[in-house]
Design a protein around this ligand. Structure first.
Ligand code: R7I
Ligand code: MG
Ligand code: MG
Length: 345
């Protein structure tokens, strides 16, 4: 059972996890992580977790900027709508377009702005010659929906995630990645971190849901009709030792790029691989290991770390995240406030 105090901590842990992963991963985005860079990363995180020092805070990127837009759309007194979400995205983007947005998503915002959001999903459908974007930009911002739906029916989660995705990402692979990330968080919110995580059960539940989903939309997916199910099977093989979980094998099987298919399952694997022990015994090191390992894989580090740490934070709650680390991230207070408001909804 998860009581109200633990649930508050889990809500905060989810959004703070997303923020911390984004802020700490951003400086390494696109890097090839050799042993030297891994050492730099470790020292970097040790310093941020150590005694507080006043230094310029670590700025968040588009991952957090858009997560905040989704949360604010859910919290709107008039209720969530795609038009409102589109408006939030456009305002946020033009307030600060230098937050490292995906290369193509700016075109969507430009069209939404010039058309005064006449059709909130039209511009996204035109991306990539009408196929829509399969980037991980919809998955990276989905955590507030998982919080909102923690105790709601799965169908409501599916609908909301879908509607939040299609404002920028019309490709089914971009949408299903966001659904997988939301389901991974939702399941963690309901689990008791004082016990041992049953990784097999956790994964098979996700696999069942994804299988159902991919069966329902396999005509859209063409050759990719079981794309995510295949990735979840790869996670199983890496976890149960059928395949050696070396960095090389992980990257070959799961990937680390900006596409949702080759980053969302990677984030999920980072959480599962690094989670050992319980909330009180080794919970803190599980979170830190998830953060460090996700970044150490290189590639889309801010996004993979953000998604992995959001899942870890949803499982353990915010108490496993170093307070000093949190204080070094831009507007952590704002994320805590959003988490608390979402809990009250
Ligand atoms: O998905 P998106 O919002 O980008 C998110 C990523 C995260 O890593 C953030 O941290 C930030 O760095 O960007 O933005 P999009 O531009 O929609 O998609 C990202 C990229 O995926 C695109 O710029 C393309 O390179 C690639 N991509 C595609 N390439 C070919 N065909 C996405 N969809 C396609 C496609 O259909
Ligand atoms: Mg980013
Ligand atoms: Mg990224």
């Amino acid at each position: 059972m998860v009581d109200k105090v633990l649930m508050r901590s889990k809500y905060r842990g989810t959004l703070l996890g997303a923020l911390v992963g984004d802020c700490c991963g951003a400086p390494f985005e696109g890097q090839l992580m050799d042993s030297g860079s891994k050492l730099v990363l470790k020292k970097n995180l040790d310093t941020l977790e150590g005694p507080f020092f006043k230094a310029p805070y670590k700025k968040f990127t588009d991952d957090t900027a858009m997560t905040r837009c989704v949360a604010n759309a859910l919290l709107d007194p008039n209720g969530f709508s795609q038009k409102l979400l589109a408006k939030n995205f456009v305002m946020e983007y033009y307030k600060d377009p230098t937050r490292g947005y995906g290369a193509a998503v700016g075109d969507v915002f430009a069209k939404l702005r010039t058309t005064k959001i006449a059709d909130p999903v039209g511009p996204a459908q035109e991306q990539f010659d009408g196929r829509g974007s399969y980037g991980n930009g919809a998955a990276m911002r989905v955590s507030p929906i998982a919080l909102y739906c923690a105790k709601r029916e799965k169908d409501q989660l599916l609908q909301l995630v879908h509607d939040s995705c299609t404002v920028t990402h019309a490709n089914i692979l971009g949408i299903n990645g966001a659904i997988l990330q939301a389901l991974a968080i939702k399941q963690c919110l309901l689990l008791d971190p004082n016990g041992i995580l049953d990784k097999k059960m956790y994964l098979s539940s996700l696999k069942r849901d994804i299988n159902e989903l991919e069966k329902a939309n396999d005509r859209d997916l063409d050759a990719n009709c079981n794309a995510y199910e295949t990735q979840l099977s790869a996670i199983e093989q890496l976890l149960d030792g059928k395949v050696e979980p070396s960095d090389e094998n992980v990257l070959n099987m799961l990937g680390h790029n900006v596409s949702a298919l080759y980053s969302v399952p990677t984030a999920l694997f980072c959480f599962l691989k690094c989670t050992a022990g319980t909330l009180n015994i080794a919970g803190q090191s599980s979170f830190r290991n998830t953060l460090e390992y996700a970044i150490s894989l290189g590639g889309d580090t801010d996004t993979i770390a953000s998604m992995a740490c959001a899942i870890s934070g949803a499982y353990f709650g915010s108490t496993v995240i170093s307070e000093n680390l949190i204080r070094h991230c831009e507007d952590a207070e704002g994320m805590i406030e959003l988490a608390d408001k979402l809990l009250e909804l």
